[in-house]
Ligand binder design. Structure first.
Ligand SMILES: O=C(O)CCC(=O)C(=O)O
Ligand SMILES: [Fe+2]
Length: 322
């Protein structure tokens, strides 16, 4: 019988790696290479994204939160998941999340261009909907930690997809940037990725934890794994006597509900201090023509009246009429 689910049908591609020559920098050609690698394999390691000074600052910022952090409640008992990183680390929020490769990748996979569609008789409109933060966490796998279940990050919103022989845009509702704070190795529970599984039918039985196609994302501090929401992965077992920490910024489409409620997870005084691009990425915006308003206006009018740039509902500058 012909298999149509993708599992075992297509050859398993490699887990690609792209090395940045300079921290915090990626030109458009490099970003395109990362995107193509992700389309081919479902994930891409990007080396040298952040400096060790930056990594050490984030480590310092989250350290005091680890002891009190629980896990996801999904069988990952030996993992501490620190949430709401934007409030816990300015370095993470305003510096790491400002990386051009991160923005290039999330914008490519998750921006939606909708329309022209008829909004009223005889009037057509198109809108561009940018992505938004889904959640930010640090995952700290402690000594003795068991391997996490293989999963797709978009399971939370039941983004069930069929097998495709080649990547199709629109398939993903989620993209993640996992950044190593500690070196991740096979021994300490590096994230394991199944390259090519982003093309599988979602109803294909999940592989076992010892599937030989799984590849360890071995990262140095400051390297990231950029991951499509439809790619199977999970943290490995930590057989060492030291914890290993990564940060994860999950991003979703602007029209979907956010996993971590960004409007309540962060103190508004804190949000006020964030740069405009970050406030927008958190979802403090109106998605044209009219999603997310307060009192029919841009939510920034409420929390940051001096923001200087507002988009209210039915704002002609945010839509194209035909
Ligand atoms: O800790 C890891 O290696 C992966 C974490 C992860 O997959 C998740 O939080 O969804
Ligand atoms: Fe995950």
């Amino acid at each position: 019988m012909t298999k149509i689910d993708g599992d075992g049908v297509l050859p398993t591609p490699p887990l690609p790696e792209i090395h940045l020559s300079k921290h915090n920098h990626a030109d458009s050609e490099t970003i395109s290479r990362i995107i193509e690698a992700m389309k081919l394999s479902g994930a891409c390691i990007v080396r040298n994204m952040f400096s060790s000074a930056s990594v050490q600052q984030v480590q310092k910022d989250i350290k005091s939160h680890i002891a009190a952090a629980g896990n996801y409640g999904d069988g990952t008992e030996s993992t501490s998941v620190v949430t709401a990183l934007l409030s816990k680390s300015d370095e993470y929020a305003t510096h790491m999340l400002h990386h051009p490769a991160f923005h290039g990748v999330i914008n490519h996979f998750l921006t939606e261009n909708i329309g022209p569609c008829q909004v009223t008789r005889g009037q057509q409109a198109s809108v561009t909907i940018p992505p938004q933060i889904d959640s930010t966490v640090a995952a700290v796998v402690h000594p003795g930690g068991e391997p996490h279940n293989l999963h797709r990050d978009d399971v939370d919103r039941f983004n069930v997809q069929p097998f495709v022989p080649k990547y199709e845009m629109g398939r993903d509702t989620n993209v993640a940037m996992l950044t190593a704070l500690d070196a991740t190795t096979r021994a300490n529970g590096a994230t394991r990725v199944l390259p090519g599984s982003h093309l599988w039918d979602y109803n294909t039985l999940m592989p076992l934890p010892d599937d030989e196609r799984l590849v360890d994302a071995i990262l140095n501090p400051g390297d990231s794994l950029l991951l499509l929401g439809c790619t199977l992965h999970g943290a490995g077992a930590n057989t060492t006597d030291a914890s290993r920490a990564i940060t994860a910024c999950f991003v979703t489409r602007g029209r979907l509900r956010q996993m971590e409620n960004q409007y309540l997870a962060h103190d508004l005084d804190k949000v006020r201090q964030f740069p405009l691009w970050l406030k927008r990425l958190m979802g403090f915006s109106v998605i044209a023509p009219a999603c997310g308003w307060i009192d029919k206006t841009d939510p920034l009018r409420k929390i940051d009246p001096h923001a200087g740039e507002f988009i209210d509902i039915w704002d002609p500058s945010a839509m194209k009429f035909h």
